[in-house]
Unconditional design. Structure first.
Length: 216
């Protein structure tokens, strides 16, 4: 583990964390604060951004939401500035569920190698059994948030967009939400809808994983 090396001033034996992001200004920036503290201590962070309302959604106090991808850019800039443990830049993964209204933008946000978008992030799409069935049956798929349908697309068109982008630009990855839940033996307490930054371990929010052993 990088931060267990003898010369590391900051010891951190668990480097992979998950956090949550609530759909409010306070919630988003509290999560940014948590993210910054984890990055400073030498850890990477994973989270699911599907709770955040879609771009241009009307706000209760007036104005329009800037959308989850705009806030990802804020997290990305923070991660570029903070060196984890004083040595390296922080790693991240963001997951957006396949029925989120901003999913098309999310799938293509890192398209091309020169756009410098979300350079500190891996991105993955949360796939459901219902979506795969819609792809097989060539039926419509609703993009929705908070019980409201914002757009209806062909499931196969959305799937093709995802696969084409992954083939040509290496991202996004996919995270099979229902498959993970079927193997979640803590289902009664939490949902496992996110991973550590490199995607080895599925976890709930505010969890951590240890990918190494200590020789005592």
């Amino acid at each position: 583990i990088a931060n267990a090396r003898p010369f590391s001033k900051l010891k951190n034996y668990n480097n992979c964390f998950t956090i949550d992001i609530e759909d409010s200004m306070d919630g988003i920036y509290m999560s940014l604060y948590e993210d910054a503290l984890i990055s400073k201590s030498g850890g990477g962070v994973g989270f699911n951004i599907s709770k955040l309302r879609p771009k241009d959604d009307k706000l209760s106090k007036g104005g329009e939401a800037s959308g989850p991808i705009s806030f990802l850019r804020v997290f990305n800039e923070s991660a570029k500035i903070i060196k984890t443990g004083g040595e390296r830049r922080s790693a991240h993964i963001a997951i957006m569920n396949i029925d989120h209204p901003d999913i098309e933008e999310f799938i293509t946000v890192k398209r091309g190698s020169l756009n410098n978008e979300l350079t500190q992030f891996n991105i993955s799409v949360g796939i459901t059994d219902a979506f795969m069935k819609a792809v097989e049956d060539d039926t419509d798929w609703n993009l929705q948030w908070g019980g409201k349908v914002y757009k209806t697309v062909k499931a196969r068109d959305l799937y093709d967009l995802l696969v084409k982008n992954a083939y040509e630009h290496n991202e996004p990855g996919v995270f099979f939400l229902d498959t993970v839940e079927r193997y979640n033996n803590g289902y009664w307490a939490f949902k496992m809808d996110r991973t550590n930054p490199c995607g080895e371990i599925c976890m709930p929010s505010y969890s951590l994983c240890c990918l190494a052993s200590l020789n005592l």
